[in-house]
Write a protein that binds this ligand. Structure first.
Ligand code: GAL
Length: 443
């Protein structure tokens, strides 16, 4: 790693910090100021005594998404038998529901002991900006993590005041999934561009096959970012986030126009499906392709027991070969938690080599450490690890890397509007307005 990631991070660091909610007010979360190294920079302590009692871990990894987290919790229990883990999950892909519940709890002064959050603006622009998190720099130093996590990733989870979460993985967003035998049966190849996709899609429709499966609205945001990367290329995609490319430029309008055309080739019932159900349409032979992050590989391998390569195939989403759109899940340490000793032990487990190589082979992601044991991973993950090392790295919008929560929420509204009226110019204008409102671009 990673010239691309360095470039992307440099661009992101230029983004103004935006306090997203509650005007950054402190409510309730004052209890842990004893951890403060100074009034401004509260730091984690390295010794809170022995870990025992209950530890509440908050995430959206429920149901089909649970096996990897369960394995990480089992490993934690082996090492900390005195602690009872309360696995608090709120169902809903990409955290659509969990983030709202977390917001209520954080604002109400009732933080879980640790919570899942995307590395990047999703954490920095919210709970770090609102001064609700502890700086984890002492932990990174004492565990030797400054040397095993890529510096670029540390930059992404840090500000000049500290390091704010422990990454557990690296996921790839821009992946197109399919079943190789089905494509052979239908006589089509994997499209390498959207123009090729439109040709293949006509052929598939003539055979009664849905070309691209889609699910509930956040997965359309997910599709949008792959389309944007494919249509714009990596440089211009990055330029959207540093204000160099206007959201109303002809290229940006073209992204929406392409998405409009793609939507003609998706299942009509998409808004009522979960991301797993959209994957099921591909696995079951009703649809040819799906664009989803590689948690879909975790679902197909771990839950559906399919072999990567034969049971399912993958390619970069059309027009994005050579680019790796990345995101990382991480866990933070909120101020004022009930069980700091058990939380500290949890974060150590999350960042450890053993923890990561236990969690990620089940999750479909790769380790965020540079010393991962790849022999524990399947062929899909090995190929993702290679691409992560070689490709141009760009950040995901839908999963918290490139923009703050305010923009993400507003973007979801723009998408709802677009799904109703399918007007590319109007969507582009609205996206420009929310980019200004949320400090992505200046007027
Ligand atoms: C992403 C998250 C993944 C996976 C996915 C689907 O935002 O980073 O780990 O959970 O949502 O829910």
């Amino acid at each position: 790693m990673k010239k691309g990631l360095t470039l992307m991070l440099t661009l992101l660091l230029l983004l103004p910090m935006v306090t997203v909610w509650a005007g950054g007010q402190q409510e309730g979360g004052e209890a842990a100021t004893e951890e403060s190294a100074s009034a401004d920079v509260p730091q984690v302590k390295l010794d809170y005594g022995n870990a025992s009692g209950e530890l509440e871990i908050f995430s959206w990894w429920a149901g089909d998404e649970a096996p990897a987290l369960n394995a990480l919790i089992d490993l934690y229990n082996d090492k900390n038998p005195q602690v009872e883990v309360i696995n608090a999950t709120v169902t809903g892909g990409s955290g659509v529901n969990a983030k709202a519940v977390l917001k209520t709890r954080m604002l109400g002064g009732d933080p879980p002991d640790s919570f899942q959050v995307h590395a990047g603006q999703e954490l920095i622009g919210t709970w770090v900006a609102a001064e609700r998190m502890l700086d984890l720099t002492p932990l990174f130093e004492s565990e030797g993590w400054m040397d095993v996590f890529p510096q670029d990733l540390i930059n992404l989870i840090g500000t000049e005041n500290g390091i704010w979460s422990v990454p557990v993985n690296v996921h790839r967003s821009n992946v197109m999934w399919y079943v190789p035998d089905n494509l052979d049966k239908w006589g089509v190849d994997v499209p390498e561009s959207w123009d090729e996709f439109f040709e293949v899609a006509e052929e598939l429709e003539s055979q009664g096959v849905t070309p691209l499966s889609l699910a509930t609205n956040w997965t359309v945001n997910h599709l949008w970012e792959s389309v944007a990367l494919g249509v714009l290329g990596a440089d211009k995609y990055d330029a959207l986030w540093n204000g160099e490319l206007s959201w109303t430029s002809a290229e940006a309008v073209e992204v929406w126009a392409t998405l409009d055309k793609i939507l003609d080739y998706t299942n009509d019932d998409f808004s009522s499906l979960s991301w797993q159900q959209a994957t099921d349409l591909v696995v079951g032979g009703d649809a040819a392709f799906n664009i989803m992050g590689d948690w879909a590989a975790g679902y197909m391998s771990t839950t559906l027991n399919l072999e990567p390569g034969s049971g399912y195939g993958w390619a970069a989403s059309p027009g994005t070969e050579g680019s790796f759109m990345f995101l990382a899940d991480s866990f933070g340490f909120p101020k004022g938690v009930k069980n700091p000793a058990a939380t500290l032990a949890w974060l150590k487990n999350c960042g450890s080599k053993e923890g990561q190589d236990t969690f990620n082979p089940l999750k479909g992601s790769i380790s965020s450490r540079t010393d991962s044991d790849l022999s524990k991973y399947n062929d899909y993950s090995k190929s993702a690890a290679k691409d992560f090392a070689d490709n141009r790295i760009v950040g995901s919008l839908a999963h918290g890397v490139t923009a703050n929560e305010g923009f993400m929420n507003d973007f979801a509204t723009v998408m709802e509007m677009f799904l109703k009226n399918r007007n590319p110019e109007q969507a582009a204008n609205a996206a420009q307005a929310i980019a200004i409102q949320n400090g992505i671009v200046s007027k």
